[in-house]
Ligand binder design. Structure first.
Ligand SMILES: [Ca+2]
Ligand SMILES: [Ca+2]
Length: 258
């Protein structure tokens, strides 16, 4: 009698169903400051893929993006975590924003596998861009005291800058600090500004008409500079302006500290 299924007889290999794919994301929420890249995280495959896998990211906010936008895992490198960086562009408004990054997986046993989405909160930072323009326009590189200007520190740690609870600049007071050149029109975007004190510098030109947009401005002091030209009538119409100091303008450059 023939013996079948003897333990020495090779058995046909079982046709195993591939294990369903699974993706790990190292974080599901992060914060980024407008105009910056931040908050790197990693994406990893948990299960051996049957073929190459692509994971594509998409953002529901046009100002928020990921680098790279698409991750390629092969059957050889699938165990290696891949790093993603989130960037937030500078938008025109002055409010904080949010974004959700969603992922779509394609390929082999990962086709349509669900991947946890990423919640991104964006801290608006438009005033930082204005201060950068101010620094550039008034010879920041040769200021007497630069403090933390242009650093990554919060704006209220920059020399002579005060902010409100939302991080918007309310006071900018740089007296006798070697400022030269002219005021940038961008200053008119700093809508929360209440006090602008720039006495005893060497600022030339005429104050930009855009300063007339600063409806919260109570004090504008630029005594003892080198201003010329007409003072825009819009400055006189600022609803909250109670002090406007533009005395003693010099027509020639002069030494600091006078
Ligand atoms: Ca903004
Ligand atoms: Ca915004």
């Amino acid at each position: 009698m023939a013996i079948i299924n003897d333990e020495n007889t090779p058995q046909p290999a079982l046709q195993k169903e591939p294990e369903p794919g699974s993706v790990s994301v190292s974080a599901t929420n992060l914060s980024v400051r407008e105009g910056n890249s931040a908050g790197t995280y990693t994406v990893t495959l948990d299960v051996d893929p049957t073929e190459n896998v692509t994971i594509t990211a998409s953002s529901d906010n046009g100002y928020v993006s990921t680098q790279p936008s698409s991750l390629a895992f092969t059957t050889g490198n699938w165990q290696t975590a891949q790093t993603v960086t989130v960037s937030a562009g500078q938008d025109a408004d002055r409010t904080d924003d949010a974004a959700t990054i969603s992922y779509a997986a394609r390929g082999g046993n990962y086709d349509s596998v669900a991947v946890a989405s990423m919640s991104v909160s964006v801290t608006d930072d438009s005033d930082r861009a204005v201060l950068e323009a101010f620094y550039q326009g008034t010879g920041g590189r040769i200021w007497t005291n630069v403090g933390n200007w242009r650093s990554d520190k919060p704006l209220n740690q920059w020399r002579s800058v005060t902010t409100n609870g939302s991080g918007q600049v309310t006071h900018l007071s740089l007296r006798n600090n070697g400022l030269i050149g002219s005021l940038p029109a961008a200053l008119g975007k700093m809508e929360s500004l209440q006090v602008l004190t720039l006495d005893r510098n060497n600022i030339s030109g005429s104050p930009p008409v855009e300063l007339g947009n600063l409806s919260n401005l109570t004090r504008l002091a630029m005594n003892r500079n080198s201003l010329t030209g007409a003072i825009s009538s819009q400055l006189g119409n600022l609803p909250n302006l109670s002090i406007l100091g533009l005395a003693e303008q010099w027509s020639q450059p002069r030494k600091r500290g006078l």
